[in-house]
Design a protein around this ligand. Structure first.
Ligand SMILES: Nc1ncnc2c1ncn2[C@@H]1O[C@H](COP(=O)(O)OP(=O)(O)O)[C@@H](O)[C@H]1O
Ligand SMILES: [Mg+2]
Length: 264
């Protein structure tokens, strides 16, 4: 692997006695496309939150481009070149798609406060339209976000997150809520511009067909730990991964469900 873009070592985070992350050490290289899998409650979102500064780890280190970032704010981490999307798209639903793109670019450029009217200079509009075009959203430019189909919402959220040309992009379930037939097209559309820019991408995903098709590497989480990390084929064939992640029998309980059972 070339120089690591991201390297975490011994990341730990607990919430009310539950170890959401229990010593997570992973590295991702430039341009790598990594799928993150794991049952509900395995710690995937916490990992994304910790790397992007939204949740502070109890212990461990996070190096981005060689620099320790675990004490930085989400905004500072974004500025260094780490972008993320959320499980639920974060859009201004009452504004148009184009206005959302203008705001995202202004925020990426470092504006602390954003007023729409002065943003609409020809150069800014051109950049916003180019951003939409990269993610095949140009035909929706004048739509109000609230009227967008789910797949387009997801794309816009990711386009907005990556307007600042990040070196690393973390996507939390980019295809959740999107129909089976649209998932592949959505992944094709969102990954093309990211691959072209050379960004490393980590995406959390439940659909193993998507993982197999797109990931260069797969990291499987189980109860806050890395259960397996390697080539998609070998990770998906791993006995422990099949037992705890992909082949979960219908009557298996997640850690959260067992905890709830114990309380109830
Ligand atoms: N803010 C929080 N407060 C309390 N518990 C949390 C919080 N975030 C996550 N957890 C718990 O941490 C564990 C991992 O959650 P999460 O990272 O969301 O898992 P995943 O994304 O893999 O489904 C779960 O047991 C979850 O209930
Ligand atoms: Mg999650």
């Amino acid at each position: 692997m070339t120089q690591s873009v991201l390297e975490t070592s011994g990341l730990r985070k607990s919430f009310a006695g539950i170890l959401a992350l229990d010593g997570v050490s992973v590295a991702i290289g430039e341009g790598e496309l990594v799928g993150i899998i794991g049952a509900n409650g395995a710690g995937k979102t916490t990992f994304v939150n910790v790397v992007t500064g939204y949740v502070k780890p109890d212990a461990g280190a996070i190096r981005f481009m060689g620099r320790e970032i675990s004490r930085l704010s989400p905004r500072e981490i974004t500025r260094l070149g780490v972008a993320r999307s959320f499980q639920i798209p974060q859009l201004f639903l009452e504004l148009s798609v184009l206005d959302n793109a203008l705001i995202a670019l202004a925020v990426a450029a470092g504006y602390e406060r954003v007023f729409l009217r002065p943003l609409k200079r020809p150069q800014a509009l051109e950049q916003a339209r180019a951003l939409l075009a990269r993610f095949k959203l140009d035909r929706y430019a004048d739509y109000r976000c609230a009227t967008l189909p789910q797949g387009a919402r997801k794309l816009l959220d990711i386009a907005m997150a990556t307007g600042g040309h990040p070196k690393l992009v973390l996507l939390d379930e980019p295809t959740s809520g999107v129909s089976k037939d649209e998932k592949f097209a959505l992944m094709d559309t969102l990954l093309a511009p990211l691959a072209q820019s050379g960004a490393g991408v980590m995406f959390v995903e439940h659909d193993m067909e998507i993982v197999e098709r797109y990931a260069h590497r797969v990291i499987a989480f189980h109860e806050g730990r890395v259960l397996a990390d390697g080539e998609p084929k070998s990770v998906l064939a791993d006995d422990k991964v099949r037992a705890f992640v992909t082949g979960t029998p219908a009557n298996a309980r997640t850690r959260d469900e067992r905890r709830f059972d114990a309380i109830a």
